[in-house]
Design a protein around this ligand. Structure first.
Ligand SMILES: [Cu+2]
Length: 401
């Protein structure tokens, strides 16, 4: 594979491309994936954000990693519409960076109209001068996660995307990077933030910049200018340990051309069921980090995975709190279920922002409270989606009978 002007890069792929194939489906479809592992090592496919039976979740907890040369049939019904993605959950910091990721777009019965729907898969990789992907984890990368030196959009360095002038483009964005937070902005363009991981927001809202943490998705609408090019930029963001000390980077050129259209931006609110909040006390998930003599470790409730005590809430609705005690932000991801944010730093979330999430940023020294309905038995993971942090210990289990 060639990334920009770099010498050829050896990648690992799903079906020969980076990103892997876009899986298109309708809500209620049964997805069957016959997976053959031709890698030299074991792997799994985890279906990020898809509500699957536990045995299909592709986590090593289930002891069902697919060995080198082995095969596995993943099969499940797509219960929700939205944009989801898939990637390994074994040595994920290496396997995902090498190119193993792809997107599933599941259509619902009623989708908002647009003149063009553009999927945008964001990634960054760390290339050496010889074009190879660096797997070396220096102390800085161990601390903040491996940030790449090469930004990719749909597997391409700085692509040109043609969008309808004066028309409405639906941009469905996913951040598949190991560690990079993507804060997107484009001079003169406003984003209408329609939805995120698991649903539309109760009410769409406007934003000049939007952020996606690793694993997170956004469903954005933009109305372009009559013509011309606009640079979509990744803007610096301070997520701790001087990560904000960076220059803006160009992600893609958006080229607007063609006739204006009469398509309107979606404005209608969406009825998002509010989960009832039980009176039982919330489960506390504390995230912390420790750097001692070059040994950088990450903790959930002061223990490192797999030494973290399982959360055993029982089936039904539960409240949990994620408290980030560390010096940097962590993107929290829960497998198998969507949750609703109730408050951030004890400030209640506005009802207009009600939405189903599976991945959310927890800024340094802050907390969120969220409610979730556990309605699928099994052993489910939760973890920081900075893959080096997850593998450095910041991972836990919720066990549902
Ligand atoms: Cu983290």
């Amino acid at each position: 594979m060639r990334f920009g002007d770099a010498p050829p890069t050896e990648v690992w792929t799903y079906n020969g491309t980076v990103p892997g194939p876009l899986i298109e489906a309708n809500m209620g479809d049964r997805l069957v994936v016959d997976f053959q592992n031709d890698l030299p090592e074991a792997t799994t496919i985890h279906w990020h954000g898809v509500r699957v039976p536990n045995s299909m979740d592709g986590v090593p907890l289930m002891d069902n990693a697919v060995p080198a040369g082995g095969s596995f049939r993943y099969e499940f019904t797509l219960k929700d519409s939205g944009l989801f993605w898939f990637h390994p959950h074994v040595r994920s910091a290496i396997q995902v960076q090498k190119g193993l990721y792809g997107v599933i777009r599941v259509r619902g019965l009623a989708e908002p109209s647009s003149d063009l729907e553009q999927v945008l898969v964001l990634d960054d990789i760390k290339l050496r001068a010889d074009g190879s992907i660096s797997e070396y984890l220096d102390d800085a990368s161990a601390m903040i996660g491996r940030q790449g030196n090469t930004l990719l959009a749909n597997g391409v360095v700085h692509p040109l995307l043609r969008l309808p002038a004066g028309g409405v483009t639906r941009l469905r964005v996913v951040n598949t990077a190991n560690a990079r937070y993507f804060t997107l902005g484009a001079a003169g363009l406003k984003f209408l933030v329609f939805g995120t991981d698991g649903s539309p927001y109760a009410k769409p809202f406007e934003a000049e910049t939007v952020m996606l943490v690793p694993g997170e998705r956004l469903d954005l609408f933009v109305k372009g200018p009559a013509s011309g090019d606009v640079e979509l930029m990744a803007l610096p963001y301070e997520r701790g340990h001087m990560t904000g000390n960076a220059s803006p980077l160009a992600v893609a050129t958006l080229r607007f051309s063609g006739k204006p259209s009469a398509t309107e931006l979606p404005a209608e609110p969406t009825d998002i069921e509010a989960l009832p909040v039980p009176a039982s006390p919330s489960f506390r998930i504390a995230l912390s980090e420790q750097a001692e003599a070059g040994n950088i470790r990450f903790f959930v409730n002061e223990r490192q995975w797999p030494d973290v005590a399982a959360w055993t809430p029982g089936a039904g609705v539960s409240v949990f709190e994620v408290v980030n005690e560390s010096e940097m932000d962590h993107p929290f991801h829960l497998h198998g279920f969507f949750f609703q944010v109730l408050s951030r730093n004890d400030v209640a979330e506005a009802s207009a922002r009600r939405v189903w999430k599976d991945t959310i940023n927890i800024p340094a020294k802050s907390s969120i409270k969220a409610v979730v309905r556990f309605d699928e038995p099994g052993r489910w993971m939760y973890h920081c989606h900075i893959l080096e942090h997850a593998e450095g210990g910041m991972m836990g289990e919720v066990s549902i009978p």
